[in-house]
Design a protein around this ligand. Structure first.
Ligand SMILES: Cc1cc2nc3c(=O)[nH]c(=O)nc-3n(C[C@H](O)[C@H](O)[C@H](O)COP(=O)(O)OP(=O)(O)OC[C@H]3O[C@@H](n4cnc5c(N)ncnc54)[C@H](O)[C@@H]3O)c2cc1C
Length: 381
């Protein structure tokens, strides 16, 4: 058992509250919501009441008025421990749009929408990925052209988490020349004429969440909905992706912990060749390897949080941590499935759903390949 040297009473209390809430309100329903492909909206409001989305958001917009990387990390771990990744995606998808709205949207938009989103009464999404590609953001094709006092957007976005239900979107579109400078961000409301959306087809995992393809067909948004500086919108939110990487690594850790717990309890009950599985050396070594990866990731994430808290954003290390986390998750999920044998292959158990959700963590929010590239670039190479 590792002790977090940076733990505090407040962090412990937040973690305990969230864990109790998950045990009582989420875990008993998790597989049912996953099969149904939907998390009831009342659940979003309950998470809102727990203050899940308030980190880094001013109190005047309904936030906490402070940030805490450890609490952000704990939230991602505790939520993903339920084993149904779609629940975290459905609930947490709005998280990546909040900082851009607070920092870059105009004051009217901020005061009108942030309290609603943070309370869980409405959803919001960040829409960057396009049908022609997600990794190479610099080649974004959606355009925005100024026409009088409106911007006219044309193009499409896809894989947008929460997109079928969100009321508000932060949308990237090209306003200038080629490259990352040349992309601006726009605040878009779902009902705007020219806006439409369709759900993604059947997915490998993350069933409880929805993802949408969005279409903008001569969609006019008020000039005041331009977020931040024209042509530099995307560059202004690059920092925002650091917390997304921390969160995704935390999600991987929560999934790994759940897979290990279920592996141990199965190995203790199941008997083969006259003794419990846990007494077979091969299985004992699997448990040792799985738990050592968990220890390593947990320790790394604590140090990264402490680094962020001290005022330095460890960009390269967060990219490397996300890759390390997803590779470790892939290993742990596979070993857990192996320990459970045929029982692991049945729906309605955490190991099965965790195994299905491995790849979305390895691809979304910056794929392993892109994270490695960025890390090495950040190392000055
Ligand atoms: C369930 C789900 C939810 C998502 N939610 C959102 C969301 O809310 N908002 C949003 O904007 N996006 C979202 N995404 C999109 C996600 O961010 C992209 O899928 C991701 O960035 C990769 O883009 P791509 O799928 O277009 O793959 P591509 O960019 O086409 O890349 C394909 C593969 O090639 C690799 N690759 C690309 N370039 C290189 C290179 N130079 N060298 C080596 N390998 C390379 C990539 O790593 C990837 O493995 C979501 C995706 C999924 C699956």
């Amino acid at each position: 058992m590792l002790i977090n040297p940076f733990d505090t009473d407040e962090r412990r209390a937040f973690r305990d509250t969230l864990r109790n809430f998950m045990d009582k309100e989420i875990v008993p329903n998790a597989f049912e919501w996953d099969e149904a492909g939907h998390v009831p909206w009342a659940v979003h409001e309950k998470f809102g009441a727990l203050g899940l989305w308030g980190f880094g958001i001013d109190e005047k917009y309904g936030g906490h008025g402070f940030d805490d990387p450890f609490m952000r990390l704990d939230a991602s771990i505790e939520i993903s421990r339920c084993g149904v990744g779609g629940i975290g995606a459905a609930i947490g998808g709005r998280g990546i749009s909040l900082d851009p709205i607070q920092r870059l949207a105009n004051e009217d938009i901020r005061t009108q929408v942030l309290p609603e989103i943070i309370a869980g009464r409405v959803g919001s999404s960040l829409a960057i990925t396009e049908p022609s590609g997600g990794s190479d953001v610099a080649r974004m094709k959606t355009t925005a052209k100024l026409d009088g006092d409106h911007w006219v957007l044309n193009g499409s976005k896809t894989y947008i988490t929460g997109g079928m239900e969100s009321d508000y979107f932060v949308v990237g579109a090209r306003t200038g020349g080629k490259g990352l400078a040349g992309i601006s961000l726009f605040f878009v409301e779902a009902g705007t004429p020219g806006f439409s959306r369709t759900p993604l087809g059947k997915k490998m995992g993350w069933w409880a969440s929805n993802q949408a393809t969005l279409y903008f067909d001569d969609m006019r948004v008020p000039a005041a909905n331009l977020m931040g500086q024209q042509d530099y919108g995307f560059l202004q939110i690059v920092q925002n992706f650091n917390y997304e990487r921390l969160t995704l690594a935390g999600i991987a850790l929560g999934m790994m912990e759940a897979a290990l717990e279920d592996s141990i309890s199965w190995a203790q009950q199941r008997e083969t060749f006259g003794k419990p599985l846990i007494k077979h050396q091969v299985i004992r070594h699997k448990i040792a390897d799985m738990s050592s990866k968990i220890d390593a990731l947990r320790s790394l994430l604590w140090v990264l949080c402490a680094t962020i808290e001290s005022g330095t954003m460890p960009v390269a290390e967060l990219c490397k941590a996300k890759v390390f986390a997803t590779k470790a998750l892939e290993f742990v999920a596979s070993e857990a499935m192996q320990i459970l044998g045929g029982a692991g292959y049945l729906r309605g158990n955490r190991v099965e759903s965790i195994y299905r959700d491995v790849k979305v963590i390895a691809i979304g929010g910056g794929s392993e390949e892109i994270m490695r590239d960025l890390a090495v670039r950040q190392m000055g190479l």
